[in-house]
Design a protein around this ligand. Structure first.
Ligand SMILES: NC(=O)c1ccc[n+]([C@@H]2O[C@H](COP(=O)([O-])OP(=O)(O)OC[C@H]3O[C@@H](n4cnc5c(N)ncnc54)[C@H](O)[C@@H]3O)[C@@H](O)[C@H]2O)c1
Ligand SMILES: [Zn+2]
Ligand SMILES: [Zn+2]
Length: 395
């Protein structure tokens, strides 16, 4: 089959690789109909490169049709239309019973000290082949799937594997009081959906980014926006002015470690990319992946006693955290990968009864696998209005 494979920093290719097949009784194989490129893939594209191996298949936002099943996949059947959550979870361990599917004790990547295995996400998360390909092997398939109704085209359900539940959990974790205000930092796909969800829940929403068309997409839906490129130095003051001097109840950081700013760490990331892997990986785990600009903004902006919710992915342990301010302002901090299936019962009615969140028109690009290398590059550089790319193996 054809698949999008990793070859080095900013180097992904489309190659012929062996077809996947059922290896365990709990496996299924799907024919992929849509696999999106995600902001998380950009971490692999550059800063997390030391954890990747040449030939790794990318892609964790997958949906398609079941073509093969093992003997222990429950009620999953050949022909079912499914979305595949980005995390692989068993559904029956202690963590899964708490709905903490990202911490599944059956699939935890213990040799790396990490949580549940993820599709297409480096050796840190189990080096499981991803779905930017014609076919995908789904381990723990008895639980690692969401059955979808026939009817609406793929666009409607394409974001259930990751960004829609991720944005949902981000807003839930932000713990906004009734009628309260949420600031969303970063208006990429996650931040954009978070704004839509927060609006749907009746909160006042203020979005911050520096890419003109991303600001415009969100403004067009009635969200107040602040252009970071005009307020690099006084963002906190501007937002306090907009919120009665006190600051917003909650801030959602939908940026993560690709944050604009932090030139010193950009240099370390680049330098680490040039080192032999054995040295580069430990360096990246400490100094190399810390880019905390957005988090620092969140700590500054949120009101005293408020909540910061981190959806953006962070790594590293070298940058200082302003503990004095966190403690003094009595800030609550919640974070983590999204426990996808936890939120599906809340979200599904918003997909099957019309399309209030605007999923059908959310993607900016729908392209064949062969255009993946070009799209990774454009998405990273934020060129050509790329916000969300769907790879469609059948095109
Ligand atoms: N928690 C999860 O389960 C989960 C799941 C998927 C993605 N993520 C993470 O969420 C983050 C966002 O993903 P995305 O797909 O929307 O990516 P993205 O890279 O397209 O979006 C990030 C946006 O933040 C903006 N930005 C950069 N620096 C900023 C700053 N200092 N202040 C405000 N905005 C700034 C960028 O211009 C960009 O529009 C990534 O870190 C990704 O890894 C987390
Ligand atoms: Zn994703
Ligand atoms: Zn489990």
């Amino acid at each position: 089959m054809k698949a999008v494979t990793w070859h080095g920093q900013r180097d992904v290719r489309v190659e012929e690789v062996p077809d996947p097949f059922v290896q365990e009784p709990t496996d299924a194989v799907i024919r992929v109909t849509t696999s999106n490129i995600c902001g998380s893939d950009l971490h692999l594209y550059e800063p997390l490169a030391p954890f990747m191996r040449v030939g790794n298949i990318l892609g964790h936002e997958n949906m398609g049709q079941v073509v093969e099943v093992g003997s222990e996949v429950g009620d999953l059947k050949v022909g079912d239309r499914v979305s595949i959550p980005f995390q692989i979870s068993c559904g029956h361990c202690w963590m899964c019973k708490q709905q903490l599917y990202t911490q599944c004790e059956t699939t935890q990547v213990r040799d790396q000290g990490m949580g549940a295995a993820l599709f297409g996400f480096s050796k840190l998360y189990g080096e499981v082949p991803g779905g930017q390909a014609e076919y995908l092997r789904v381990p723990q398939a008895q639980f690692t799937h969401i059955k979808l109704p026939e009817g609406p085209a793929d666009d409607r359900f394409a974001y259930l594997s990751d960004i829609l539940p991720t944005a949902w959990q981000g807003v839930e974790y932000a713990n906004v009081p009734d009628g309260g205000t949420l600031v969303v930092l970063g208006l990429g796909p996650i931040g954009d959906f978070a704004c839509r969800i927060a609006q749907h829940k009746g909160y006042r929403v203020i979005g911050v980014d520096l890419v003109p068309e991303r600001l415009e997409r969100v403004r067009a839906r009635g969200v107040e926006v602040v252009d970071l490129s005009e307020h690099e130095d006084d963002l906190g003051d501007v937002i306090r002015d907009m919120t009665g001097g006190r600051g917003p109840d909650s801030v959602l950081d939908a940026v993560g470690m690709e944050a604009h700013g932090s030139p010193a760490t950009t240099f370390i990331q680049k330098a680490a990319g040039l080192l032999p892997k054995a040295i580069a990986a430990p360096l990246m785990q400490t100094a190399g992946v810390d880019r905390l600009n957005a988090l620092y903004s969140a700590i500054d902006i949120v009101r005293r006693g408020g909540t910061i919710s981190l959806s953006g992915v962070y790594g590293g342990m070298a940058d200082p955290i302003p503990m004095l301010t966190l403690f003094d302002k009595q800030i609550q901090l919640r974070m983590g990968q999204c426990n996808i299936k936890r939120w599906i019962p809340d979200i599904m009615p918003l997909l099957t009864d019309g399309d209030p969140l605007g999923c059908d028109t959310f993607a900016t690009h729908r392209v064949p696998l062969s255009q993946a290398p070009e799209m990774y590059s454009k998405f990273q550089k934020k060129e050509d209005g790329v916000v969300k790319v769907q790879l469609k193996p059948e095109l």
